[in-house]
Design a protein around this ligand. Structure first.
Ligand code: SF4
Length: 406
């Protein structure tokens, strides 16, 4: 298991757990468990944060989670559910590429966890795949097991194959499209969770949006490529006030907001609207609510979000393992606490920002600066400010029918 301790110097003084508890803080239980069934991938995407950024620990992990580790994960989830009186949990089968783990292991994991939780706890299972191996056999299995399926697609062939390539450099679009088409039609349509699209500024936003809509997905998640102040994302000059990512997303937001009745939801825009209306977001990276998910790696290591792999080696580590430690122990680590204490974990700049409660400082890994840690605004700060301001202005215009949009 992982033995990388979190670097104390990376956490602000406000994250002293003893002090937090003395002051009345209580962690929120985990409600989502991300299980890494396979640690490798059959694609070599150019922006992948797991295999191409700072954290190389994937090389030393088992390729596939063993049944013994699955049993430990199951026991820990059941223990956590019982001790916190939870009535519903989300289980995300993840990787690497989870379909590489094979149908038998997937069936074993879902069966074990469902049996352990019993009928009194609603367990929602989802798998996040690159779609390359998504065929009728897997879809029949997911149908039988009632597992929702989400697929990563970056747009049309040119957009998708720009980054989502096989190790030899060949694009993956044609094979992924075959799988998504099967998923989007009967009898498997009910399993379709949505599409995940990583933004590449070289891809025209309107064309990308249209290409994704051709699959008629229930939801699209637009994701920003990972980076931080010390390793900025593509064309996100850390010192520039330009907003290329906001401009890209606004082009899609304007199209989307003109046809709100369309059956495809865009989670990012919906959640910004939600934070503007009631201050709450259901996704990490917007708002200041407590983050409630935890990751288990193939070796049983209990980790924070693997997006932290973009910061430094071991940034996601807690030093805990399902064979030995309850998930409650992870709730008391600085990295998890930082994502549960809301405004108190933000940088002074974010705390005094007028969009603090909507933006929440952006995704945690995007705040990192080598030598300083995470108490910074997001490296996407100008983009986040511009995008949220635009959505807010549109909302005001829509509600008052007065004035021009921003
Ligand atoms: S817009 Fe910038 S300063 Fe404001 S909360 Fe977001 S990251 Fe912080």
């Amino acid at each position: 298991m992982s033995r990388y301790p979190a670097r104390d110097s990376e956490w602000p003084a406000s994250l002293n757990i003893d002090t937090l508890i003395k002051n009345g803080w209580k962690p929120s239980p985990f409600r989502q468990f991300v299980i890494k069934l396979h640690s490798r991938c059959d694609l070599a995407c150019r922006y992948c944060y797991v295999y191409t950024m700072a954290d190389g620990r994937w090389r030393s992990r088992p390729r596939v989670m063993s049944r013994e580790t699955v049993d430990h994960v199951t026991d820990r989830i059941a223990e956590h559910v019982a001790s916190h009186g939870l009535t519903a949990v989300d289980i995300v089968l993840h990787g690497g590429e989870p379909l590489l783990a094979g149908g038998e292991l997937i069936q074993y994991v879902v069966g074990r966890i469902r049996a352990a939780l019993g009928t009194a706890v609603r367990s929602h299972f989802a798998v996040q795949t690159n779609g390359l191996r998504l065929d009728r056999d897997f879809l029949r299995l997911f149908d039988a097991l009632d597992v929702e399926v989400s697929v990563s697609v970056d747009g049309d062939r040119t957009a998708h194959d720009r980054n989502r390539r096989r190790p030899g450099g060949r694009g993956s679009h044609a094979d992924v499209v075959r799988g998504v088409r099967l998923l989007s039609r009967e009898p498997y349509r009910r399993l379709f969770g949505g599409l995940l699209c990583t933004v590449d500024l070289r891809n025209p936003p309107e064309r990308t949006y249209e290409a994704l809509l051709e699959f008629d997905p229930p939801v699209i998640d637009f994701l920003l490529p990972h980076g931080n102040w010390s390793a900025p994302p593509p064309r996100r000059d850390a010192d520039s006030a330009e907003t290329p990512y906001a401009d890209w997303l606004i082009a899609i937001f304007d199209r989307w907001s003109e046809g709100l009745g369309h059956r495809t939801r865009i989670r990012l825009f919906e959640e910004i609207l939600r934070t503007l209306v009631d201050g709450r977001s259901r996704v990490e990276g917007l708002g200041t609510g407590a983050v409630g998910f935890v990751v288990v790696e193939t070796d049983g290591a209990i980790e924070q979000s693997d997006m932290l792999a973009s910061a430094y080696e071991g940034a996601a580590a807690t030093g805990l393992c399902v064979a030995r430690d309850p998930f409650d122990s992870a709730l008391l680590t600085p990295g998890i606490a930082a994502r549960q204490i809301g405004v108190d974990a933000l940088s002074p700049t974010c705390r005094s920002c007028d969009l603090r409660d909507q933006c929440g400082g952006g995704l945690y890994p995007h705040r990192y600066r080598a030598g300083e840690g995470f108490a910074n605004p997001s490296v996407y700060c100008p983009d986040l400010y511009r995008l949220i301001s635009h959505v807010r202005a549109r909302l005001v215009t829509h509600l008052t029918s007065s004035g021009e949009p921003a």
